[in-house]
Write a protein that binds this ligand. Structure first.
Ligand code: PAF
Length: 287
């Protein structure tokens, strides 16, 4: 992949990149279309498919994360992707035996990690210790391998996009980070590979996240300003209305700094993580 990218660059061809963990859905395909739009017909669009073990905690869903490579490749072909990079663990982390661990022990041949120390501390970072260390490490590696001019990320993982933008700026990666809007099912559920785990009754409860966001939007627009603890309590109550949902966190924050906000106003961002059965879903929007 690195050789192919270098050859393209030498020939003056630009590269747009969509990093994924596979099990592609319309949300990913929207990122691919956005990548094509940014780079034009003369450029190349690369998708990576890799379930990165270093961003999963030991008790998380690394082993059950859906893997559908054959179908993913077909979708990439149909959507006009020029190259798919789908490495294995040994290629990405030499010496690694596929054990998910947030503190993936340095192996004999892999002992370098990338850590963002400010924006990654709250929300997903607080709830999933070590998660962003895995994300920034693998994305830095992917940037070095694919050498993109533009990389497209989904807004569903809002904090991830902000952390990666900071990492790219701080470490001088010559790549423009683009964030594309969340794609939703007709009932508002944000598209996610993990939605595959939601059958019947659980699938019916999953739009609770979107309903919570909409409730916050309408309360904030109506009142102009609401204390964050009051709004948090309101959204927690909404989650408790469903038998199988459990709120992990809800946070109101400044979309640039990710700093928590005490008085929620229009323009404040909300993010929440919710267990629906055993499946953990996240969502966010501007209020
Ligand atoms: O958002 C994802 O799918 C992953 O976190 C990413 C960016 C591909 C890194 O593994």
């Amino acid at each position: 992949m690195q050789r192919l990218a270098a050859n393209w660059r030498r020939a003056g061809v630009s590269i747009a990149f969509v990093p994924t963990m596979g099990c592609l859905h319309d949300g990913h395909l929207t990122l691919v279309r956005q990548a094509r739009k940014r780079i034009g017909q003369k450029g190349r669009v690369v998708v990576s498919i890799y379930v990165n073990p270093t961003q999963f905690g030991a008790a998380e869903d690394f082993t059950t994360y859906p893997r559908t490579l054959k179908r993913d490749l077909k979708l990439c072909r149909e959507t006009g992707v020029d190259a798919v990079f789908a490495p294995n663990d040994e290629e990405m982390y030499p010496g690694h035996r596929g054990t998910p661990s947030r503190r993936l022990a340095a192996t004999q041949n892999f002992s370098t990690f990338v850590v963002e120390e400010e924006l990654s501390q709250t929300m997903e970072g607080a709830s999933r210790p070590g998660h962003f260390r895995g994300v920034t490490t693998v994305v830095a590696k992917l940037f070095n391998i694919v050498q993109p001019d533009v990389a497209v990320f989904g807004q569903k993982d809002f904090q991830q996009a902000v952390v990666i933008r900071r990492m790219a700026a701080n470490l001088n990666f010559p790549v423009q980070i683009v964030v594309a809007p969340t794609v939703r099912e007709p009932d508002g559920l944000a598209m996610s590979s993990r939605n595959r785990h939601l059958a019947g009754n659980l699938r019916r409860q999953a739009p609770a996240l979107w309903r919570a966001i909409q409730r916050a939007q309408s309360l904030v627009r109506r009142s102009g300003s609401i204390p964050a603890p009051k709004l948090k309590a309101e959204l927690k109550k909404l989650m408790e209305n469903e038998p199988d949902t459990r709120l992990d966190y809800v946070e109101f924050f400044d979309p640039e700094t990710l700093k928590p906000i005490g008085k929620v106003r229009p323009g404040t961002h909300v993010a929440l993580a919710v267990f629906v059965g055993k499946t953990r879903l996240i969502d966010n929007e501007r209020l």
